[in-house]
Design a protein around this ligand. Sequence first.
Ligand SMILES: Cc1cc2nc3c(=O)[nH]c(=O)nc-3n(C[C@H](O)[C@H](O)[C@H](O)COP(=O)(O)OP(=O)(O)OC[C@H]3O[C@@H](n4cnc5c(N)ncnc54)[C@H](O)[C@@H]3O)c2cc1C
Length: 474
Amino acid sequence: MTVLTESSASSESPTGTESSVVFDELAALLPASQLMATDEGASYYRDQSDGTASGLPLAIVFPANTEDVAAIVAIAAAHHVPVVPQGARTGLAGGANAVAGCLVLNTTRMNKIIGVDRDDQTATVQAGVRTIALARAASAVGLFYPPDPGSWRASTIGGNVATNAGGMLSVKYGVTGNFVRQLTVVLADGSVVRTGQRTIKGVAAYDLTALLVGSEGTLGIVTEITVGLLPAPAAAFGVSATFATVAEALAAASVIVASSRRPSVLEYLDGACITAINAYDPASALPAGTAALLLIQSDEAGRAADDVRTYAETLRAGGATAVVIASDAVALDELMNARRLLHPALQAVRGASLNEDITVPRSQLPTLLSSLEQISAELAIPIAVGGHLGDGNLHPIVGFDPSSEVDVAAAQEAYARIIRLAISLGGSATGEHGIGVLKQDHLDDELGPVLRALQERVKHAFDPDGIMNPGKKL
Ligand SMILES: Cc1cc2nc3c(=O)[nH]c(=O)nc-3n(C[C@H](O)[C@H](O)[C@H](O)COP(=O)(O)OP(=O)(O)OC[C@H]3O[C@@H](n4cnc5c(N)ncnc54)[C@H](O)[C@@H]3O)c2cc1C
């Protein structure tokens, strides 16, 4: 398993003449403000995952546009230097972590919204634009960009594309990839291509856009993105409900999913998540002393209020102990903001956490949750569970004290067992965070040898010298 070991990568890094040649070439290409020496840039070595390995980079570069990226990658290719693309480093799988001797290519200065086209209902942005900025630019002209990962105030669209990020609204609208139409990509030799098309339809040749979505920076660097947009939805109504047992919460959610109504949000928090979030940010004020909480919304034009009233009745009939309807944007935001604190709040409880991102078919959720309780009891390690219940995509969070060897070993064992459990239930190790360096050990269980080899050949076709984010994803 690759977790919980910091590589002492400085000894492996290219040193001396070759590194300084590369640095000099970069310095001749970029203004000083776009090039950072390793000793100044420790905060760029890694993402927000705990305990994943990272190496010491050769330098950190901040390109401003596609031309900068192409020129940087051409220099890297000429010297066989690895390149690690990086957005806002909100990743939770170590995908953006530096590897020894690499160029960290951080896209956050590529933050221009190139255009929002009302007629075609598309937006084109540079990769470093923050997710929330794209959503706001669309909203300003009456359009809607739905993918809203919990990290959307910070995460970049490039990072969202590279991880195929989901979010609270995925249960109704799908994930980032469902909105990506066209990508400008710098390939491993520095050449620039544009994949896909601006139109809704297009089947010329293989769908490389879909292949690049979720490729975690291992096939190329995305520099510009065109997404499709939707007309703005109706103002949302929401309902929250608490339950004395997890089983009742799951059963009530199943009734809602099976109905003809379509929630735009169907999120879940267990009692441990609620306690952690309230402790992390007392303003959250989630209802305490309960086994499970469901957060459900509707943004359906003309019937959002009616949907939510019906959901409330279903929840009460399913045994909910408290049901609260929220009809104004402020109350809804408060609930969703509290939900978005899941990861940092759980990280704070024991000092560190391993964040799972498993998916299972929705019918398997009861088995999954009861088995998680068993794993937690057997290994004497806390596992809090929250996430996107409507997608069958939950985030069991294994809390541990990083200074305790016993805790670290139990957390690692729990982490591995949970992934095996999800796969055995017909699910996956990752629904939205990606494989990064955290979950590679489990890929074979999911793929099998033939698919694994095919995936390696795809990687080789894009990146024959293996310089694009090496050691990640596969
Ligand atoms: C509090 C919190 C809540 C979160 N909630 C969600 C959630 O609800 N849903 C969800 O899906 N994720 C969630 N995440 C995880 C994370 O925010 C997403 O994976 C996000 O898409 C990462 O974006 P980023 O810009 O931070 O990318 P980074 O973390 O910097 O990079 C992520 C991966 O993308 C690659 N990459 C970045 N930019 C590019 C590029 N331009 N070209 C090619 N490769 C690139 C990197 O190499 C790396 O492999 C959450 C994280 C946090 C901390």
